[in-house]
Design a protein around this ligand. Structure first.
Ligand code: NAP
Ligand code: HSE
Length: 444
């Protein structure tokens, strides 16, 4: 009895946290630690104490959640605080974030990161470092913002052989594609809208070129296929070549256009990993994921298809994922357990070269509106490269130069053949312009 009342009266020990970054995500994390302090303390059994916040510019005006008294620009100050047990990296970029994460783990502190670039490029090294030092690094927020993805892949789906993963993991591009489709506008106008609304950054290269999605695919595919996948393994292509007409023609043919991150386990033990725009049948669930939303569709041999969907970015959704990791670690610390970082995967499975992909294609060409043109184009595709055509549709004719736009849908053809055929078509006098070519995504 006496023992019990003594325990109750003692202030619970706190767990010291350092935040690297106080921007969109860091601001949300700081806010939630303050706003939900009592509730988190009940769940963990200890108080989360935000002790230091690292920023670049200490003069910047920040929200009330960021206490200026704990702001620093010196990472060594964080390392020299023995009360800090968890370092939360929400700065972004490869360096100095990667170096700080290494130093965190080497100092036997736990790390939480939202940084897809660092995890895609250095995930296996960081996990090994965490294991060697008896701590852990968690990265739920690195893919899909507030959508639980990493934990389900590590735990709930562990009994499955994941055969395929198809994902919309970039909110900026999904927003742009949604606007292009619904408003009939071109890429440049949709990008401008996305920037005005704060969805796209001033330099949108990583998003619109598919680089951000490729980083996220590395993380998801490594977990799903239990093999290390690095950015250099992933073929990536962005959305900048898409035009309003592509969306119109695709819709007439029963398709939406989406930027998909695709991973598949192939017969023979290799895997394919690629990011590019696709024509996706309108009745597929991923076709209906619009705006800044993200979705990941996984196929397990036991579960069948599983779809995760939600807000893939934003201050609060992303801080939900960051704080889930923090609370998970804080509970382990509270239980006196040492870190159990997952075993990093080695690059055990071969990545199939992209040129070996077999896919149907949508091809938009501008050609002179006269007899004999189609037979020359069909000659290159069919006779020279063995690419079989399923449909040819003649679209708009321009009175100005007597040219017309045609759309060709092919049967499945090898990527290498398609590329060679496109180079040949480009040289044909009867082809004014190759407007676009887009792969057609068919579920397997
Ligand atoms: P952000 O708004 O640009 O904030 C970055 C923060 O990090 C700023 O406070 C900045 O300091 C600080 N910082 C950057 N470089 C620094 C350096 N060298 N030294 C010290 N501080 C530095 O970025 P964010 O949108 O919050 O994104 C953070 C991370 O979360 C990124 O890895 C991102 O990919 C990931 N993520 C973001 C979202 C999202 O919705 N935004 C979603 C999922 C994942 P100053 O304020 O002084 O400039
Ligand atoms: N730039 C990313 C996106 C932020 O648009 O999805 C979330 O990682």
């Amino acid at each position: 009895m006496t023992q019990q009342s003594t325990t109750r009266q003692e202030a619970p020990a706190s767990i010291g946290i350092a935040l690297l970054g106080a921007g969109v995500v860091g601001g949300g994390v700081a806010h939630s630690i303050g706003a939900h302090a009592a509730e988190y303390e009940r769940r963990i059994g200890r108080r989360l104490e935000l002790r230091q916040i690292l920023v670049r510019n200490p003069e910047k005006v920040r929200g009330t959640s960021v206490d200026p008294g704990i702001v620093t620009t010196d990472f060594d100050q964080i390392l020299s605080d023995p009360k800090i047990q968890i370092v939360v990296e929400v700065m972004g970029g490869e360096e100095p974030a990667y170096r700080y994460l290494c130093q965190t783990l080497e100092s036997r502190r736990y790390a939480v990161t939202a940084n897809k670039e660092v995890m895609a490029k250095h995930g296996p090294e960081l996990l090994s470092l965490a294991r060697r030092n008896g701590v852990d690094i968690l990265f739920e927020a690195s893919v899909g913002g507030g959508i639980p993805l990493i934990a389900p892949l590590k735990r709930d789906l562990i009994a499955n052989e994941i055969t395929s993963l198809r994902a919309i993991v970039n909110g900026t591009t999904n927003y742009i594609l949604t606007r292009m489709s619904s408003e009939g506008i071109d890429f440049a106008d949709a990008l401008e809208q996305a920037q005005a609304l704060g969805y796209a950054e001033a330099d949108p290269t990583n998003d619109v070129e598919g680089i951000d999605a490729a980083y996220k695919l590395c993380i998801l595919a490594s977990l799903a296929f239990r093999t290390a996948v690095f950015p250099a393994d992933v073929y990536h292509e962005g959305i900048t070549r898409l035009r309003a007409n592509d969306f119109r023609y695709a819709r007439e043919l029963g398709y939406a256009i989406k930027l998909l991150a695709i991973g598949r386990r192939l017969a023979g033990g290799s895997v394919e990993v690629r990011v590019h725009p696709v024509l996706l049948r309108e009745d597929e669930p991923l076709s209906k994921v619009d705006g800044v939303f993200n979705a990941v569709e996984l196929e397990g041999d036991l579960t069948g298809l599983v779809l995760f969907q939600g807000q893939g970015a934003g201050s609060f959704p992303t801080s939900s994922a960051v704080l889930a990791d923090v609370i998970d670690i804080a509970r382990e610390i509270g239980l006196g357990q040492s870190g159990r970082a997952m075993e990093p995967y080695s690059a055990s499975q071969q990545i199939r070269p992209f040129e070996e992909l077999e896919s149907r294609h949508y091809l938009r060409l501008r050609v002179p509106d006269r007899a004999g043109v189609l037979s020359k184009i069909c000659g290159v595709l069919g006779d020279q490269y063995g690419i079989s055509i399923s449909d040819i549709i003649q679209k708009e004719t321009s009175q100005e130069d007597q040219s017309t736009e045609i759309v060709i849908m092919t049967h499945a053809a090898r990527e290498a053949s398609m590329r060679a055929a496109l180079m040949e078509l480009e040289q044909l006098p009867v082809v004014n312009e190759i407007g676009n070519f887009i792969r057609v995504e068919t579920p397997r």
